[in-house]
Design a protein around this ligand. Structure first.
Ligand code: SF4
Ligand code: SF4
Length: 304
């Protein structure tokens, strides 16, 4: 393998990010990935309680394109939004993996898992009743090589677990009481999803922080790398969203949020939440959205 892990990680930090993961990937990482994936590791996707936004974000992956990821790097055995099969035929993929492919597939979960009873979030049917998502995730996780939670809801419960929820929704790690790689965000950046998969395939488990997030994407505080940080330090605060200046007084959660959004940026690396004037909403942190409510009031920070 030509590319060392150190070189790979360097591509995710500093100035290279501003050129985008896309340019960084071409051609070296892509070549190495395809070579390393001759056996095409099997990936099974499970949808819990979610809006499918994380899948849509993944489908926006530009380089490598989602077509390259699905056809040349991994073998996506089950994904409810892009697979052709449906009904019992589709679910037979889950059953086959559980029975015959122990330790041979990666399980990716999108969405929270309802723990309150078996009546929420059925996937398929047995004897005319929905099979609970919790039953599937428990059985699939038991035989999986690794478990990856994609998005805020799968990582920490997200909106389905917010105050007032009566489904007992929880993140996968809390539900299973097992180690899980968490890729939070509402939605997560496609680079975070693809980059984590690439790291696992090439180098094994990425280094995680105390919340189970890959440090290569979630190791930096938004506030420390924000282009409006100078305004914050000079107390130049915007009073309205259309104004220049730091958005802290308007409820920006950048000071208490970790992610590389200021460097990586979104939509093929053209913009991000603060640059667009909206402020950070803290979507990568455990406890979201309750921990950042009310959204448009300033978050306690440094005695403020
Ligand atoms: S806009 Fe938000 S992240 Fe940027 S400096 Fe102000 S408070 Fe920090
Ligand atoms: S800037 Fe904040 S709200 Fe926007 S995607 Fe990043 S962590 Fe989420």
């Amino acid at each position: 393998m030509a590319l060392t892990r150190r070189e790979f990680l360097k591509m995710f930090s500093g100035l290279t990010i501003t050129a985008g993961f896309s340019q960084a990937l071409i051609p070296e990482i892509y070549r190495v990935m395809v070579e390393a994936s001759e056996t095409k590791p099997a990936v099974l996707w499970l949808d819990g309680m979610n809006c499918t936004g994380c899948s849509i974000s993944l489908l926006n992956s530009v380089h490598p394109s989602i077509k390259e990821v699905l056809l040349e790097i991994i073998s996506m055995g089950f994904h409810p939004n892009i697979m052709a099969a449906s009904g019992d035929l589709a679910l037979s993929v889950y059953e086959d993996a559980i029975k015959n492919k122990k330790g041979q597939y990666y399980l990716i979960v999108e969405g929270a898992i309802p723990a309150a009873s078996g009546k929420y979030c059925g996937i398929g049917e047995r004897d005319g009743k929905g099979i609970p998502a919790g039953e599937w995730v428990t059985r699939l996780a038991d035989s999986a090589k690794s478990i990856i939670a994609v998005g805020q809801c799968a990582s920490y419960g997200g909106i389905p677990a917010a105050a007032g929820n009566y489904t007992g929704a929880a993140g996968v790690q809390d539900y299973l009481k097992k180690p899980v790689i968490n890729i939070p965000g509402c939605p997560p950046h496609p680079d975070w999803i693809v980059g984590t998969i690439v790291h696992i395939l090439l180098y094994g488990m990425p280094e995680l922080d105390r919340y189970g997030r890959p440090k290569m994407f979630f190791g930096k505080c938004i506030h420390d790398n924000c282009e409006r940080r100078k305004d914050f330090d000079e107390h130049k605060f915007a009073k309205h969203f259309s104004e220049e200046g730091c958005l802290y007084e308007l409820g920006c959660k950048g000071p208490v949020t970790y992610g590389d959004c200021p460097q990586r940026r979104w939509n093929n690396h053209v913009n991000w939440c603060v640059q667009s004037g909206a402020g950070c909403r803290g979507c990568t942190e455990p406890g979201w959205p309750d921990n950042v409510s009310p959204l448009f009031e300033r978050v306690p920070f440094n005695g403020r």
